[in-house]
Write a protein that binds this ligand. Structure first.
Ligand code: CP
Length: 310
């Protein structure tokens, strides 16, 4: 595993190994406390983040490693005009592995081409967010006990929501997956995903404009925020931002064992009254992200042989 730019960079076997390792870490985190002793993670974030950056840092610290990095483009020499390719060549002297977030699609890929250390895409524009996908898969596995044979509703901004794009790419590998795509027409998933991923893999999906009508069918409801920062004008954002709001009344339509996921941050698309519903799993999901990233760091650094015997 040299770099992780897209969820498809992982083979099915590697993905299974990663999820199994993450579940093992969850059962006995103490056993993993020194696996990354002497190793350094650089977090290079050109775009704001709470969960991804801090969970990467928590993951490395939990493994006994160290972290360094920058939180904004303005606090790095990008503000002076330094390119991503020059920056990663420098970071390669300072760290053993790098997690990079960037507002431009493809920036972590460009970095990976100039890097001597593994580069992890921590979110690139509206394109991909593979470690959120690892988090989502681990969450679904923990909550439902399986990753196959389920109906997944993806709701909100499916055009710009990179977490949705990555999740679709990853889930089409599992048998019996059906997607219900719930969005305003202007925020529907990109055509390339329909043609090259859903249609190409013979995946069943429907596109709808109302959440209520499909709630009873869902095993997972994956809510997303309307991505204000990717809109070209504020008027369109204001017009679309309240398209879907999950409320306790809507939750009454759902199955008892349906779970609500959200990559977060939330703005207003899930009412805070839903938070106390036992099916609201989005905060637990963010917690699972630490374990997914711990497993990823161990595997990408090739440190399995440092894990003590159980
Ligand atoms: N889910 C996610 O990427 O959150 P952050 O933007 O806070 O990292």
């Amino acid at each position: 595993m040299k770099h992780l730019i897209s969820p498809m960079d992982l083979t099915q076997e590697e993905l299974n190994e990663l999820l199994t390792l993450a579940q093992d870490i969850m059962k006995d985190p103490e056993r993993y406390r020194k696996v990354c002793d002497g190793k350094k993670l650089a977090t290079c974030f050109y775009e704001p983040s709470t969960r991804t950056r801090l969970s990467f840092e928590a993951a490395m610290l939990n493994l006994g490693g160290s972290v360094l990095g920058f939180q904004t483009a303005d606090s790095s020499s990008a503000a002076k005009g330094e390119s991503v390719s020059d920056t990663i060549q420098i970071i390669s002297y300072y760290a053993d592995i790098c997690a990079m977030r960037h507002p431009k699609e493809g920036a972590p890929y460009v970095a990976s081409k100039h890097s001597r250390i593994p580069v992890i895409n921590a979110g690139d524009g509206g394109h991909n967010h593979p470690t959120q996908t690892l988090t989502d898969l681990l969450t679904i596995l923990e909550l439902k006990g399986r990753l196959d044979n389920m109906t997944i509703g993806l709701c909100g901004d499916l055009k710009f929501g990179r977490t949705v794009h990555s999740l679709i790419n990853a889930m089409v590998r599992y048998p019996g997956i059906k997607f219900i795509l719930i969005s305003p027409e202007e925020l529907c998933i990109p055509a390339y995903l329909k043609e090259e991923v859903l249609d190409a893999n013979g995946i069943s999906y429907t596109e709808v404009r109302s959440l209520d009508e499909v709630m009873p069918e869902l095993d997972i409801l994956y809510m997303t925020r309307v991505q204000r920062e990717r809109f070209f004008n504020e008027e369109d954002y204001i017009r679309l931002k309240n398209s879907f709001i999950l409320t306790p009344e809507k939750m009454k339509l759902a199955k008892e064992d349906m779970f609500v996921l959200h990559p977060l941050p939330r703005v207003n698309e899930i009412s805070v009254e839903v938070d106390n519903d036992p099916r609201a799993a989005y905060f637990r999901q963010a917690g699972f992200g630490v374990f997914a990233r711990m497993a990823l760091i161990i595997l990408m650094l090739g440190l399995k042989d440092r894990i003590p015997q159980a």
